[in-house]
Design a protein around this ligand. Structure first.
Ligand SMILES: NC(=O)c1ccc[n+]([C@@H]2O[C@H](COP(=O)([O-])OP(=O)(O)OC[C@H]3O[C@@H](n4cnc5c(N)ncnc54)[C@H](OP(=O)(O)O)[C@@H]3O)[C@@H](O)[C@H]2O)c1
Length: 275
């Protein structure tokens, strides 16, 4: 019997590479990211250690031709068992001060690439009534923060999108599972890519390892859980944020925005300069 295929975007580091390592013993892999050398290294490591066949696809998922190529690959392989929409990045800076190109690239990657790849994968999985999709969102989906407006908004979109799909699939009694994975601070390259120091962002008790995040996701897939929030501290926090009255939530978000602005060393807004 042919091995099933797992496709992972953003597989060249962090959470994506950890999904690949965890799933390699049981599945063939399709690894997607921009850094080909990293994907090649991982492919050599995993195909050497397991029976897995690893295919790599170098793709910038904000670029239409690359996105179309990955989508076509997902649509046409009837061994596809799991898609992990994991590629993502953060950016620090007030929305109107940050370069618009970065804000747009983030929306393309977190929103449009997720739409395109999920559509392709579900078109393949639903007729076979088999498979699953993990959308890697964030705890940031449940909180707004000055200095990461687009990040919180796009991750919030991911959770809303996944919940809508969950309802459609449940209406069909489908065996295809969808999950919104919502990690908090996780050790990976995320913060160095963002250009910020990890120290000062959160106390060590709040930091997760990628292994903890991936373990929680895979357990959640087995029990067909819609929202997976690794770590009890984050589950408590999101419970509070989603249940608190708006005024209280805004007060908490304002305090958190101030301490985050200090940790990210955002320049103070200062008095408005009149011409
Ligand atoms: N680390 C955290 O604290 C944290 C918390 C909550 C949620 N998350 C989410 O977890 C996911 C994985 O992040 P991570 O923590 O593992 O960070 P990471 O180590 O920086 O990994 C990000 C991955 O995304 C890929 N990527 C970025 N832009 C891309 C593009 N345009 N096209 C294709 N691939 C692209 C990167 O590969 P290339 O550079 O090779 O393209 C890399 O493999 C992200 O969606 C992030 O928002 C992270």
């Amino acid at each position: 019997m042919p091995r099933t295929l797992v496709a992972i975007t953003g597989a060249s580091s962090g959470i994506g590479a950890t999904f690949a390592r965890k799933l390699a013993p049981e599945h063939d892999l399709l690894l997607v990211a921009r850094r080909k050398d990293r994907l090649e290294q991982l492919a050599i490591e995993l195909s050497g250690a397991h029976q897995t066949r690893v295919e790599i696809l170098q793709a910038d998922l904000t670029a239409e031709p690359d996105l179309a190529e990955v989508a076509e690959r997902l649509r046409s392989d009837d061994r596809l068992a799991l898609l992990v929409n994991n590629a993502g990045f953060g950016a620090a800076g007030r929305f109107w001060e940050a370069p618009i190109e970065t804000q747009e690239a983030m929306h393309k990657l977190h929103v449009l690439a997720t739409v395109r790849l999920t559509h392709a994968a579900l078109g393949n999985m639903i007729p076979r009534d088999f498979g699953g999709i993990v959308n890697v969102a964030s705890v940031a989906a449940f909180v707004r923060n000055a200095g990461s407006v687009s990040y919180c908004a796009t991750k919030s979109w991911m959770t809303s999108f996944t919940e809508g799909l969950y309802l459609e699939l449940r209406g069909l009694n489908s065996n295809v599972a969808v999950q919104a994975l919502c990690p908090g601070f996780t050790y990976s390259e995320f913060h160095s890519v963002m250009g910020v120091q990890r120290d000062g962002l959160a106390s060590p008790a709040f930091w997760l390892t990628p292994e903890e995040v991936v373990q929680a996701s895979l357990e959640g897939l087995r029990s067909r859980k819609l929202f997976v929030i690794p770590g009890w501290r984050y589950r408590l926090l999101t419970m509070f944020l989603t249940k608190a009255p708006t005024a209280l939530r805004l007060a908490v978000e304002a305090i958190s925005s101030r301490s985050r602005a200090a940790a990210l060393q955002l320049p103070s807004a200062g008095p408005r300069q009149l011409p």
